[in-house]
Design a protein around this ligand. Sequence first.
Ligand SMILES: C[S@@+](CC[C@H](N)C(=O)[O-])C[C@H]1O[C@@H](n2cnc3c(N)ncnc32)[C@H](O)[C@@H]1O
Length: 200
Amino acid sequence: MTDDWNDYADGWDDNSDVRYYASRAFASLDEHLNLCGKNWRSKRVLDFGCGTGLLAEKVAPHVKEVVAVDTSEKMIAVLKAKNLPNVRAVHGDMLAGNVQEVEIGFSGFDLICASSVCAFLPDYSGAVAVLAGLLNKGGHFVQWDWQASDEGGFGLTLHQMKAALEAAPLGSIRVERIFEFNSDEQVMPVLIGAGVRNTA
Ligand SMILES: C[S@@+](CC[C@H](N)C(=O)[O-])C[C@H]1O[C@@H](n2cnc3c(N)ncnc32)[C@H](O)[C@@H]1O
């Protein structure tokens, strides 16, 4: 493995594990928010750390617009080449405030998704707080990440996820194991973390 996500962009969509993760994430998103229902058709979504857009391309048919942001130029290039009609693919680091391409429309989201992104961030809690601030009141934040067995392991623990969502601050918090991978006799669980921006 290298630390540069650009190195994975070309073969990303050919990886069956990655596709499985995205399809399970989307299924749980629909179960959680009824995303395929008609209430979402006028809504705006941010797919934070979108990669090649495997989740964005599933969400887009059900909503008005998906803004898909990633710090990997090559991941974004793969997504742009898909020419998805209502997906705006943007290269940049929103957390560092250096997104040049789009100044307008970088807030006011009804839903922010982050699929297998947050555990890779140097300041996970700080990132959730920034993202929560981009939500409309009553807007939803939903993340999926590998579950760490303890605080030192890779991924996030149930406790870390719950604490970050509460601190953001988000309400109506849900944190639980949502699906898992079985590989080489090893079970790799995935957590869903979800919360809502206060309407007050
Ligand atoms: C494991 S991949 C997941 C990609 C995609 N969400 C998926 O499920 O296929 C992690 C992604 O997070 C992106 N990423 C890492 N740090 C980021 C940041 N600060 N802002 C936006 N994207 C970031 C990486 O470039 C990479 O594309």
